[in-house]
Each structure stands twice: as structure tokens, then as C-alpha cells.
Design a protein around this ligand. Structure first.
Ligand SMILES: [Zn+2]
Length: 254
């Protein structure tokens, strides 16, 4: 059975309101008003993964003393530096990999796995047009990435993070057909646009709570730079850094 998402109810409500307005007022400017409201809701629902508007994503764990670090877009410029630091300080993490980059740097994908980190799927191309594709094409990208990762580490990911955190009905279908878990976050660091280390650290640490999933990018030098201070601060607050499979209590691979 398909789970009804807010998108379904929102669309049914929109159609009902349009119908009632038509009956009461006939063709009127109210129809345009409702259509604009509906469109705004769709855009917000697509961009706010926490709303679970089109598909159910996992954003947070229940354990009050655990948090998880997640790195998107690698293998990339800062992956090696981040891995060296995580190894030295015994910190497990989750890396959501772009399939095409995994194909270019299999040695780093191997390191992710052999050093105790999780490898997740973050689409094959992470193209700007990703969300405009058909469900079938998206599903192929998910599968291509899974096959790429499986060819390197012998494990097929079950965790998928939508590129840009954007979801829509086609992606919802692709995720469901792939049998994967959609993974969001509860803390977006905005490390891709951060100007200073202080700003970036504050964005993460000021609102941190147990169960948080922190979104970072191993494509960013600034992320590698703040990592020592970030990990020390997280530990000083009394949290343990765990992998996503432990935080969410789900199997990470098929
Ligand atoms: Zn990304």
C-alpha cells in the first residue's frame, strides 16, 4: 500500500476548494489565488525535505546522547583530509557518494568502507536537472550509483540522500521502487556557503540536540578545517558520534 503523503491531501484539498469556488463564484480571480497558493505549497514541499511532503525521509534519531555526521558529494577535494582526521580520532561517519565521483576515486570509496564509515547513495551525476527527470530515469541513476559502489566495496547501499534535498513525486516513486531509505537531516550546516569557521561552527553547535543528523560536504575545505574543533565541541557537550545505521536503527546495505 502506498503511504498517503501531505502532497496527496494537499492536492485533494486544492481540487475540492477549486470546485467549491467554481460552484459559488463561477470563473473568478479566486481560482488564480488558490492556484498560486497551491503552487507555492508544492515548491516549499519540494525544497523542505523535513516536511515529508512527497516522500517520507528520516531526519533524526531518538537517542538523546547520539548524533551523526554525514558528508555529501564525495569523493571530493577534502575527502582524504577528513578521512585522516576521522581515523586519528576514531570517529565514524556516513558519506553520501556521487556515483560518477566514486568511479573516478575508487580508492577513497574503499577507504570509507575499510575505515568503518558508511557509504550511501547521492545519485550518479547530481546534475542540476536531476529533479526534472522521469521516475524511471531517476531510478536508473540510483541503481547505477548502487552498482558502482557495490563494484568497489561489495555492498549495495540502502540509504539515499536526495541531491539538494529536493523531493518530488517522481523521486518519491524512484526511491520507493529502489527499496531505499530517503535520508534528510536535522542540522543543515550550509558549509558550502560559509564565510568563516566561527560562523560554520556556530550554525552547527548552537542548535544541536541528541539524535541530530548533521549535513556537511566533503567537497569543502572549510569543513575539513573545522572538523577538529567540531568533534571536540560535540564530545564536550556529552554526545557520542555514531553512524547513521546506529542512530536510525536501520540496515545500511542490502
Ligand atoms: Zn549534494
Amino acid at each position: 500500500m502506498t503511504l498517503r503523503r501531505p502532497y496527496t491531501y494537499c492536492t485533494l484539498l486544492f481540487l475540492a476548494i477549486m470546485g467549491i469556488t467554481l460552484v459559488i463564484k463561477g470563473i473568478s480571480s479566486w481560482l488564480i489565488v488558490w492556484a498560486v497558493v497551491y503552487l507555492i505549497l508544492l515548491v516549499l514541499g519540494a525544497s523542505k525535505i523535513q516536511w515529508n511532503f512527497f516522500t517520507q525521509s528520516l531526519h533524526k534519531g531518538n537517542h538523546k546522547n547520539w548524533v551523526a555526521l554525514t558528508f555529501d558529494d564525495g569523493p571530493a577535494a577534502a575527502t582524504e583530509k577528513i578521512l585522516d582526521f576521522l581515523r586519528a580520532h576514531q570517529v565514524p561517519a556516513t558519506f553520501f557518494s556521487i556515483g560518477a565521483r566514486a568511479a573516478q576515486h575508487p580508492e577513497l570509496v574503499k577507504r570509507w568502507d575499510s575505515e568503518g564509515h558508511l557509504v550511501g547513495n547521492h545519485s550518479y551525476h547530481h546534475g542540476f536537472h536531476f529533479d526534472w527527470q522521469s521516475a524511471q530515469r531517476m531510478q536508473q541513476e540510483l541503481q547505477q550509483t548502487n552498482e558502482q559502489i557495490a563494484a568497489i566495496i561489495g555492498k549495495t547501499p540502502k540509504l539515499f540522500r536526495p541531491p539538494y534535498g529536493i523531493t518530488n513525486p517522481n523521486l518519491a516513486k524512484a526511491i520507493a521502487r529502489s527499496g531505499m531509505h530517503s535520508i534528510g537531516w536535522s542540522i543543515r550546516s550550509y558549509d558550502t556557503t560559509a564565510k568563516t569557521s566561527e560562523q560554520l561552527l556556530a550554525r552547527i553547535l548552537n542548535k544541536m540536540q541528541g539524535g541530530d543528523i548533521i549535513l556537511l560536504h566533503d567537497s569543502m575545505e572549510i569543513t575539513a578545517r573545522i572538523l577538529p574543533e567540531l568533534i571536540t565541541a560535540i564530545r564536550n557537550k556529552g554526545y557520542e558520534i555514531v553512524r547513521l545505521d546506529k542512530l536510525l536503527d536501520i540496515p545500511p546495505y542490502e
